[in-house]
Ligand binder design. Structure first.
Ligand code: ADP
Ligand code: MG
Length: 333
């Protein structure tokens, strides 16, 4: 086993709100190996963004990490000062958001935004920084990068702006690239191009990558491993193949069945009945129990733990073995 690039243990994050406490992340653990691509999937509000952004110090001021560790190359991000964390973010981690305008300065030429990141750390001379910025723009697929270097963000289309943001995130050769719903705002063709680009860059540069997405299809196409999240909890963590052919958590199964192309059923897509719980509620048992076809009385009162059901396959469910047996039987039927 190599040392993980990122090792998150028992992360809990809360937000204070006028009406009470929001329990956004409730004891999440996972690790990411160097060069690996991890997808975090789940419905909106399941805690995907907060899980990753909280360890990078990028959540709103009313939120705090209540418990847990997040080791990046062995160093705990949670106990770092805001200054240290800012330094790590600049140097080791690139972050890409759904809306490029959250990262890009609208009134600064894009070339200068990219070189500025490099010059602040005095790792390059201005001439080197400019050459590198142009090279990055070329690599992310911006035509005529020498000319585009001097353009402002508004002079680019949505897809091209996303590429500029990727170039900016890559400026300092990060070890880890975090992409939070990177393509949700783009149309399907551009979405595929941008995801393919991210995947190529990951392989080329040997970065670890986390793709946060509500789209199961995106995660299965572009990631090695997937964490399925629900109510601030990891429900299942598995390789893409395990998750599709040996599904062991009823919520993951529900997500699969509601994603037509990769569903197990021969029937039409089946949405999961019911709605996700409010994050203000503290669950005694399994948070998915009220919507779960496998649930029993035990699930209402006893919270499962995330446990290994086979190698590299972790599941949060008392009845994981039953679910997996049903899935494999149905596939072979
Ligand atoms: N600043 C905030 N104040 C209060 N609640 C928040 C805040 N940011 C996020 N939350 C809540 O935390 C939970 C997890 O949010 P998030 O991680 O953004 O979900 P998603 O899975 O869609 O990325 C949600 O219930 C959300 O409403
Ligand atoms: Mg999100």
């Amino acid at each position: 086993m190599t040392t993980p690039l990122l090792d998150v243990k028992d992360l809990c994050v809360e937000f204070k709100r006028p009406g009470g406490i929001v329990h956004a992340v409730n004891g999440v653990s996972f690790s990411l190996q160097p060069g690996e691509s991890l997808g975090i999937v789940g419905e909106s509000g399941s805690g995907k963004s907060v899980t990753v952004l909280s360890v990078l110090g990028l959540i709103a001021r009313n939120g705090r990490v209540v418990r847990g560790e997040a080791l990046l190359d062995g160093e705990d991000l949670i106990t770092m000062s805001p200054e240290e964390l800012r330094e790590v973010r600049g140097r080791d981690v690139g972050v890409i958001f759904q809306d490029p305008m959250t990262s890009l300065n609208p009134i600064m030429r894009i070339g200068n935004q990219i070189t500025e990141a490099m010059l602040v750390r005095k790792l390059y001379t201005p001439t080197e920084a400019k050459a590198r910025a142009i090279d990055l723009l070329r690599r992310v697929g911006i035509p005529q990068p020498e000319q585009r270097f001097n353009d402002y963000p508004f002079q680019f289309s949505g897809g091209m702006r996303q590429r500029v943001m990727i170039a900016l995130a890559l400026a300092l050769n990060p070890k880890l690239l975090v992409a939070d719903e990177p393509t949700t705002a783009l149309d399907v063709t551009v979405q595929a191009q941008v995801l393919k680009l991210l995947d190529d860059l990951r392989r080329e540069m040997g970065m670890g990558m986390i793709i946060i997405t509500h789209d199961f299809g995106v995660a299965t196409n572009y990631c090695n491993r997937i964490n399925v999240m629900y109510a601030g909890q990891v429900m299942e963590s598995a390789t893409v193949d395990q998750l599709i052919t040996r599904t062991a958590n009823p919520y993951s199964l529900g997500l699969l069945e509601s994603t037509m192309e990769i569903g197990h059923g021969k029937q039409a897509i089946q949405p999961i009945p019911g709605n996700p719980p409010s994050a203000m509620v503290v669950h005694q048992g399994c948070p998915f129990a009220p919507r779960c076809r496998y649930s029993t009385e035990r699930c209402q009162v006893e919270k499962p733990v995330l446990r290994a059901i086979e190698r590299d396959h972790l599941v949060f469910c008392h009845y994981a073995e039953d679910v997996m047996r049903d899935v494999t039987e149905q596939i072979h039927a």
